[in-house]
Design a protein around this ligand. Structure first.
Ligand code: CA
Length: 432
């Protein structure tokens, strides 16, 4: 009796209300709460909540996950991921590395020799090594690109310290409607075969293939309590070839091709260069009126740029936490692109001395930014006024009128409170 009383007392203090080996709450049939961001519009987002028992799967390896995804079918389905699944495995679960995918004589050494700008010039790579690279890349894509269809819920099992992990995969939500992804650690969507693009950005650049999650023409999507990172292969340890970083990862979560009605909440974007692209081309005018995204209570830590970079979309960004630890590379957080309408409220930024408030916003052809309640290293700042006072050559002044005001949102806290709660509660394994 004594021990039992003690347990009750501990619970009342809020320290240990769940026995050590208890199952965590079953979240697999949860649906997006009413008014919780853009994904709550026009019918809301329910994922696979109506799945019958035959379409509820618990998977522990790539082969099981692929079977459960059913080729991206629209059948309502719930997929629970247990433990760690590595997408770079064969059908028997054996690990595949880059040399296993390489074919037709591809080698990085030969590729670099073939397309060195000093001898090859600035033409697009072509010939045997580029063809071999494409054939090799197709073999990897066949393993790591996983199509997710409509009416699907994917949830990781596991709580603090043992969240389910999906590594090496690129979840591809193409033309899918009504999808939920929660409580999952998605890491290291590593490209074995980056392509050299001589005409990118004046100096040329390496282009990598995979985003951890890629939404193309996807609607009613709720991403919640996921952790997205390069964990395992940090890009800052990759070498430089042709004077440019040989990055192995593309975006963590890219939202493109007229995707619409997306809510990303309580998620963690960590240790990555280009975190989130919303709209991938100034000329993609079919994105006009789409790309409506809500981002709230997310953490962006050690992210170099694109948190997010926006074109066209009405994006509500509130109660997010940005951290730039000392010594980590940084370019900017909020990218204000063509026809973007970013409405930023009560976000907190914590940065080391070499990052200034003027560095947080970068405009490319954007015209407006709403921001209010911003906190910078504990002090209130007006990001708009600072941007307009200190913007660099080629950037234009922004107005405060983005032409819309968000109505679909949950409670908006102060930046101080959000910063604290997001640090404690964002990411996989932390659903309360
Ligand atoms: Ca991408």
């Amino acid at each position: 009796m004594r021990a039992r009383h003690l347990a009750v007392a501990v619970c009342l203090l809020g320290l240990l209300c769940v026995p050590a080996h208890a199952e965590t709450r079953d979240i697999s049939r949860d649906t997006l709460p009413a008014n919780d961001g853009w994904a709550a519009a026009a019918g809301g987002t329910t994922g696979g909540a109506t799945a019958d028992d035959a379409h509820v799967h618990t998977v522990t390896d790539r082969a099981g996950l692929v079977r459960a995804l059913d080729g991206g079918s629209d059948t309502p389905k719930i997929i629970k991921i247990a433990g760690t699944i590595d997408a770079n495995t064969d059908d028997d679960g054996n690990r595949l590395d880059c040399t296993d995918y390489a074919t037709d004589g591809y080698s990085l050494k030969k590729y670099l020799a073939a397309y060195d700008p000093r001898t090859w010039g600035s033409a697009k790579p072509s010939g045997p090594q580029e063809e071999a690279r494409q054939a090799s890349a197709a073999r990897q894509a066949d393993r790591v690109e996983l199509a997710v269809g409509s009416n699907t819920t994917i949830v990781g099992l596991g709580g603090p310290g043992n969240a389910a992990v999906l590594k090496g995969a690129s979840l591809q939500l193409k033309d899918a409607d009504n999808v939920i992804v929660r409580n999952l650690d998605l890491r290291d969507a590593y490209d074995c075969f980056p392509v050299w693009q001589p005409n990118t950005g004046g100096l040329g650049d390496w282009k990598t293939a995979y985003d951890n999650i890629w939404l193309r023409g996807a609607t009613h999507i709720w991403i919640d309590h996921v952790t997205l990172s390069d964990k395992g292969h940090p890009d800052d340890r990759e070498p430089t070839y042709f004077g440019r970083n040989y990055l192995r990862h593309d975006g963590l979560l890219d939202i493109t091709n007229a995707s619409d009605l997306v809510t990303v909440s309580w998620s963690r974007f960590a240790g990555h260069d280009k975190a989130m692209l919303i709209g991938n081309s100034d000329s993609a005018t079919s994105d006009r009126g789409k790309l409506r995204v809500t981002l709230h209570h997310n953490e962006f830590t050690s992210v170099v740029q694109r948190a997010p970079r926006v074109r066209f979309g009405q994006v509500h960004l509130y109660n997010n936490r940005y951290a730039v630890p000392d010594g980590t590379p940084f370019r900017y957080s909020l990218g204000v692109g063509t026809e973007s309408a970013l409405y930023a409220e009560n976000n907190a930024f914590t940065t080391p001395g070499h990052v200034e408030a003027a560095d947080l916003v970068k405009s490319w052809n954007g015209t407006a930014l709403h921001q209010s309640g911003t906190l910078f290293n504990g002090y209130p700042v007006d990001l708009l006024a600072i941007h307009n006072a200190y913007n660099s050559a080629g950037e234009r002044d922004l107005t405060a009128d983005v032409g819309w005001r968000p109505t679909l949102h949950t409670k908006i806290d102060s930046a101080v409170r959000a910063d604290r709660e997001v640090a404690r509660g964002a990411g996989a394994g932390r659903i309360p």
